[in-house]
Write a protein that binds this ligand. Structure first.
Ligand SMILES: *[C@@H]1O[C@H](CO)[C@@H](O)[C@H](O)[C@H]1NC(C)=O
Ligand SMILES: *[C@@H]1O[C@H](CO)[C@@H](O)[C@H](O)[C@H]1NC(C)=O
Ligand SMILES: *[C@@H]1O[C@H](CO)[C@@H](O)[C@H](O)[C@H]1NC(C)=O
Ligand SMILES: *[C@@H]1O[C@H](CO)[C@@H](O)[C@H](O)[C@H]1NC(C)=O
Ligand SMILES: [Ca+2]
Ligand SMILES: [Ca+2]
Length: 354
């Protein structure tokens, strides 16, 4: 009896693991190959070779780029180099990426920047908020941007019990932001288990100095987050559910679901075109090639544009796609006046004219 029970349980366990592995292969589009799509003119950006996970462009045309992310399970070409924030002026004829100097009481050696968001105060001061993973923990760093000095002044580090396993951030007030928690667990082994079992414990957190709360939950892997042009809606990517959630923002900062837009690809960061309100999504066409990195058969890149987001039938188009021969592991596509920057987790970055 005992042996039979053990065998039955073992069999059921193996069947469950098998079923889960098949589900993961499906959820990561493990067998997908990518066909090339390219805008009018694109070239790789000099000086950005080790990642450009998130890119935020100011109305003035200055672009901030977070670089050299170290994230568990993902490759890094510069595992011992601290991360940096680069600046690019898209008004220039041939914009170049330059690392910003960081001053203030801040440990630059453990800087590990991930999602970023800019905020312009009433007096036109520019602040840059950065999700940071010093020693693989999560904090949010607030910097003041000094354009003349070409530098970031560190103002404060925000930590909170609910601000764990952070991925991206969108700042909507002088001290108010939403952030995505891509996994509930912080321990790599438990995160794997969370992914395998697809627990959907990932969520969106609201932060202000007076109140911190979970405002949206039930995500498989909440990733990029941004806001509509009229500031009434929040857009959040769910990477492994392969969709974008449109959420309505309320006076008290609560979020309620409006709709879900299915993309059928592993969507990472989201940006809104300031001229049109379209969503631009950096996507991973094949998640398995990211997890099991092989330079001979690298992960590709894909950028989708979603028009008429709030309409009954949003239009989804592929604006860029590559099998990894040029660009690997795209995470973000940021546009401004028909100029496009595409960033990646650990690889290069691309500048295109649309
Ligand atoms: C990716 O995988 C999902 C889930 O299996 C599937 O619905 C979708 O069509 C796939 N996407 C592509 C482009 O093959
Ligand atoms: C990328 O990282 C490698 C290894 O640390 C380093 O040699 C190279 O200079 C880095 N490239 C850039 C552009 O930072
Ligand atoms: C960066 O800032 C520090 C402190 O303000 C300063 O000493 C250093 O010269 C600056 N470096 C550059 C390259 O501007
Ligand atoms: C990617 O596509 C190019 C043609 O566009 C081809 O030459 C190359 O072999 C492909 N690479 C991979 C890894 O599939
Ligand atoms: Ca962002
Ligand atoms: Ca991200």
């Amino acid at each position: 009896m005992g042996k039979l029970l053990v065998l039955t349980l073992l069999g059921a366990g193996l069947a469950l693991i098998g079923e889960r592995l098949v589900a993961i292969r499906q959820r990561t589009n493990a067998t997908r190959e990518v066909r090339s799509v390219e805008p009018r003119s694109c070239h790789l950006i000099e000086g950005l070779e080790n990642g450009s996970e998130d890119i935020d462009i100011l109305p003035s045309g200055l672009a901030f780029i977070s670089s050299e992310l170290k994230y568990p399970g993902m490759p890094s070409f510069a595992p011992d180099e601290p991360g940096q924030i680069f600046l690019m002026d898209l008004n220039e004829q041939n914009p170049r990426a330059q690392a910003l100097n960081i001053s203030g009481d801040f440990d630059k050696a453990s800087f590990n920047p991930h999602g970023i968001s800019t905020f312009i105060d009433e007096d036109q001061t520019v602040y840059l908020y950065v999700v940071n993973h010093p020693h693989m923990k999560s904090t949010v760093e607030k910097f003041k941007f000094e354009e003349q000095q070409h530098s970031l002044v560190h103002l404060k580090t925000i930590k909170h019990e609910l601000l764990k396993s952070l991925n991206d951030i969108v700042v909507l007030g002088p001290e108010q932001f939403y952030a995505t928690r891509d996994h509930y667990f912080t321990n790599f082994f438990l995160v794997l288990l969370e992914m395998i079992l697809d627990l959907r414990w990932s969520h969106v957190v609201f932060y202000s100095p007076r109140e911190v709360k979970v405002v949206a939950k039930g995500f498989s892997f909440a990733n990029g987050i941004t806001v509509s042009l009229d500031k009434k809606f929040i857009y959040t990517a769910d990477t492994t559910a392969q969709n974008i959630h449109v959420l309505k923002k309320h006076e008290n900062w609560d979020l309620t679901p409006v709709k879900v837009i299915h993309l059928g690809t592993l969507v990472d960061n989201l940006m809104v075109d300031p001229d049109t309100g379209d969503i631009w999504a950096g996507c991973h066409p094949n998640g398995m090639k990211l997890l099991a990195y092989n330079p001979e058969d690298p992960p590709g890149s894909e950028v989708l544009r979603i028009q008429n987001v709030l309409s009954e039938k949003p239009k989804i188009s592929t604006e860029y796609a590559n099998n990894g021969s040029v660009l690997q592991g795209s995470t973000v596509a940021s546009v401004k006046h028909r100029k496009l920057l595409i960033g990646t987790i650990f690889h290069k970055a691309l500048y295109c004219l649309l």
